[in-house]
Structure formats: C-alpha cells, structure tokens
Design a protein around this ligand. Structure first.
Ligand SMILES: Nc1nc2c(c(=O)[nH]1)N[C@H]1C(S)=C(S)[C@@H](COP(=O)(O)O)O[C@H]1N2
Ligand SMILES: [Mo]
Length: 200
C-alpha cells in the first residue's frame, strides 16, 4: 500500500532562498498595484519622451519605439508589499538603447507616467543593462493593468520604481523625489538592503 502525503503532492517547487530578498515571499499570481485608475492610452497618441538635462530632447512614437532593438529578459521582481515573483519574462527596449549617444551632466532621472505617477532613480541605475521600457510580458503585449502600452522595468529595485504607463524620462542635475518617495517610501529602494521606507 502506498501512503501518499498531501503535503508532498501539493508542495510547490522549492525556491532557492538566495533568490529571495529579506522579508519577501514568493507570489504565484501577478498582483496588480496601482495608486489610481488605469489610464487608457491610444497607440497613435502614445509617445516616449526623454527631456531635461540633455543636449537634444528625444521622442519616439509607438511605431518608432517598436522599431528599436528589443530584448527579452527573464528576471525576478520584488514589491515593497513583500511579494516577489520569480522568473518573469519581459520584452522591451533597454534604457541603454534609449540613452545611446546622449550627452548629459545628469545624475538622476524622474520617470513620469500617463496618469501622473512619478518615481526617481539615479541615472546609473537605469544604465548598464539593468533597466528596460517593457512593452510585453510573457511574449504578450503588456496588459493595461500591468502598465501597457509600456512600463519601466528596473528589477534590482523595489517594483514601485518600475513606473507603469511610462511616458518619459527627465534627466536631472540632482535627485528629486517621486510620488511614493515623497509619501514615505525610501529614496533608493534596494530590496536586498530592505530599503522600504524613510529611515530604512
Ligand atoms: N504609473 C504607476 N506605476 C506604478 C504604480 C502606480 O500606482 N502607478 N505602482 C507601483 C507599485 S507600488 C508596484 S508594486 C508596481 C506594481 O506593478 P503591477 O501592478 O504590474 O504588479 O507598479 C509600480 N508602478
Ligand atoms: Mo509596490
């Protein structure tokens, strides 16, 4: 007679604990976290703009943006509300590609979204193959609730830095706080150092 334990059958595949930042648990669904309603942006009006401290501002229409070289990457994301999602697959344009040839003295950026959300990051953190403007999740066009048409993707920082419905990046001469950063969230937001809130 075989004794089959429910615990054994029902168990999820083990997660390598070294992939989980302190205080995080693994989510198997894909939660939606939005501070306001989901903006609907028609693709013929959509643009991505690079402004601020830049020799010449840059701007792409949806078609121009989609003609840029893109990458498909699989990586882990970490939300400050403590869920992490492992091995998520995204397709998008590396911010390095968008910055190619830019001459700037900027040290920081502000990402802005359709709908008014903002979040700030050091310029260095969106360079070096660590940030994308993603237009697809799991090889499907990005669902509006998850930021479609396009969202910023900066997986090495807490997920509030990955602005959904992103409309542009402003290059800044010094740091400025974005929406959550003014409202109690940490300025930088490294999940491995648990930089969740002011003072962490
Ligand atoms: N424009 C915009 N971007 C946003 C948010 C938001 O409210 N508005 N929420 C942030 C937060 S707190 C998280 S955790 C993630 C959630 O992304 P998801 O809804 O695709 O899981 O988006 C981030 N980007
Ligand atoms: Mo979040």
């Amino acid at each position: 007679m075989a004794i089959i334990s429910r615990g054994f059958i029902g168990r999820r595949p083990e997660v390598d604990p070294s992939r989980l930042p302190p205080g995080q648990y693994v989510a198997h669904d894909f939660p939606v976290l939005s501070a306001g309603p989901t903006p609907r942006i028609s693709l013929d009006k959509w643009r991505f703009e690079m402004t601020g401290l830049i020799d010449a501002p840059r701007s792409w229409s949806w078609d121009e943006f989609n003609a840029l070289p893109s990458e498909t990457v699989t990586l882990d994301i970490h939300c400050v509300t403590k869920w992490s999602k492992l091995d998520t697959t995204w397709t998008g344009v590396s911010v390095d590609t968008l910055l190619e040839g830019v001459v700037t003295e900027a040290t920081h950026i502000m990402a802005s979204s359709y709908g008014g959300y903002t979040t700030n990051l050091p310029l260095a953190d969106v360079m070096g193959g660590r940030a994308w403007v993603a237009t697809a999740y799991d090889k499907q066009l990005l669902h509006p609730e998850h930021g479609g048409p396009a969202r910023l993707l900066v997986p090495h920082l807490y997920f509030w830095k990955s602005a959904k419905w992103v409309r542009g990046i402003e290059l800044l001469a010094q740091d400025q706080r974005g929406f959550w950063e003014r409202n109690g969230y940490h300025d930088y937001g490294d999940p491995w150092r648990e930089q969740r809130y002011w003072g962490d």
